[in-house]
Unconditional design. Structure first.
Lengths: 118, 113
């Protein structure tokens, strides 16, 4: 089940101290997503990469950045975490349209990183 | 953009009864509708999905129906068990090339033993 891996699973940081969350995948999927999920709420898409192309959601704060150095890895950088950024951060992947009939456009989620901001 | 509404927000059923969760979507171009189950502190897990060229899909105790005309889709769980207790999210995929999902607000299902 370790197709989408997130590290660390739990991250504690201080207010204003930069933090980086990591996601890796063994599925060779070309699309990777970062979601923020707060308690009792639906996952909220922050941004996604379609191959190397970065796509930011309009309401994602500038405080959130992302890097994708290769197909397998994607990072979420929070430059100055605030108390309101405490949440579960979920990474997900999906495959190319050519695999659609085989279910390739299904999004597979990682286990998440729970971020605590002190 | 796409807007997905999900009802009810909480649902309690007796073990063995059926549970139905309903979602509506706004973008008529949406063509893929997954359902995710999320247990407390865990990742969303895909339990069933349906594409716009199909009206109904069933997998053991779980079924999903889609009405494209009404832009409405539903999750049906029969013979519910306590382990079905979780939050269920519906989602719709719009027509964008990266296949972004728009999620409903979630339904907390509690199956009472």
């Amino acid at each position: 089940d370790a197709m989408v891996i997130q590290n660390p699973r739990y991250q504690v940081t201080q207010f204003g101290k930069p933090v980086t969350l990591s996601c890796s995948q063994t599925l060779n999927h070309n699309v990777m997503y970062w979601y923020q999920q707060k308690s009792s709420q639906a996952p909220k898409l922050l941004f996604h990469y379609y191959d190397k192309d970065f796509n930011n959601e309009a309401d994602t704060p500038d405080n959130f950045q992302s890097r994708r150095p290769n197909t397998s890895f994607c990072f979420l950088d929070i430059r100055s975490p605030g108390l309101g950024d405490a949440a579960m951060y979920l990474c997900a992947t999906s495959g190319p349209l050519s695999q659609r009939l085989a279910g390739g456009d299904t999004q597979y989620f990682g286990p998440g990183t729970r971020l605590t901001v002190l | 953009g796409e807007n997905v509404e999900q009802h009810p927000s909480t649902l309690s059923v007796q073990e063995g009864d059926s549970a139905v969760i309903k979602c509506t979507y706004s973008d008529s171009a949406s063509n893929y509708f997954p359902w995710y189950k999320q247990e407390l502190g865990k990742r969303p897990q895909l339990i069933i999905d349906i594409r716009s060229n199909v009206g109904e899909k069933k997998d053991q105790r779980i079924a999903v129906t889609l009405n494209k005309t009404a832009k409405h889709f539903s999750l049906h769980i029969t013979e519910t068990q306590p382990e079905d207790s979780a939050v269920y999210f519906c989602a719709a995929r719009g027509s964008g090339s990266a296949r972004q999902l728009t999620f409903g607000s979630g339904t907390q299902l509690t199956v009472l033993p």
